[in-house]
Design a protein around this ligand. Sequence first.
Ligand code: SAM
Length: 349
Amino acid sequence: MAKYVLYCRAGFENDCAAEIQTKAAEVELYGFCRTKPDTGYVEFEITGASEGVLFAKLQLDSLIFCRQWFCVIDELFAIDIADRISPIMQSLKGKPFSDFTVDYPDTNLGKEVSGFAKKFSVPLRNALRKQNILVTKSSEILHLFVFDSQNMLLGWSPLNNRSELHLGIKRLKFPSQAPSRSTLKLEEAFHHFIPAKEWDTRLSGGLLAVDLGAAPGGWTWQLVNRGMMVSAIDNGPMNERLMDSGQVKHFKEDGFKFSPYKRNVYWLVCDMVEKPKKVSALMVKWIINGWCKEAIFNLKLPMKQRFQTVQEIIEDIEVSMYQAGKRYQFSAKHLYHDREEITCHLRAL
Ligand SMILES: C[S@@+](CC[C@H](N)C(=O)[O-])C[C@H]1O[C@@H](n2cnc3c(N)ncnc32)[C@H](O)[C@@H]1O
């Protein structure tokens, strides 16, 4: 029996659970989940499998609702506050790690324990060093998943199949000139979907972009800030300062009917609040028609059966692309700045 913990946004535990059970079953790993509403994590137990086998068969990046994961080593409950270190060391039995992280759920309760987590890192690091547990050549990271100062799980994740972000969360500073907080969703999407070493070509100045559902301009601002020329499609008003950049043309048109005047659009971005299947079909149309090379778009999800809806959409995309004979790359993630939506990336190959 191997037990894993998967972090997700609070309120999305059932979606994270449905997804891991489905994806694990696809690689012939069968297990069950334990979830509690609004806890920000899911426990997944795989029957008859050795420790860490999930990491060998499934990539974290292929999961939409899971931000970070680890395989459980031990569960420490009601530990003595006078000596928290000894039980941890006993559980680790000298097993080496390249580093460690003290984690907690992304919830209000988790925030309360974050101060303790930070403080406890100092004596923990000293103890791990003293016992020669932190060694650079290890390919595993130790996780302490803290519920409160006396109750925690110990686990590990592999360096090559985990999020390098603390709690799997990308923290970004809101750029004060941007017209809306939505801007952070597109910025996070760039970080998540586009490898840093490819930003110079795929997010470079001079590229043409179309922003469907652009007003007031948070997403357009991201594109303008990188030196792109943007066609902004929305009946609503665009931010005036952004229009003063001279890099934006505003079209008061329906995003579902708009087609580009120029044939060298590189980016299509879309944040229209519409039925997710309608939006994904539009994105597929742009890619199949060769109207853009890459698209980043949000899909607003229903309140229930979110994973099932996403699965159906991914199947629709596969069928359409196959019928059109179009090679493509698709990925999706429930990003930190997303709420009742996920962000998708579709790229023509
Ligand atoms: C969530 S807001 C977009 C926010 C924007 N991304 C930002 O960062 O400021 C959704 C926008 O989509 C626009 N919209 C909805 N349906 C549309 C359609 N069919 N055509 C064009 N725009 C549409 C709305 O007018 C609204 O301004």
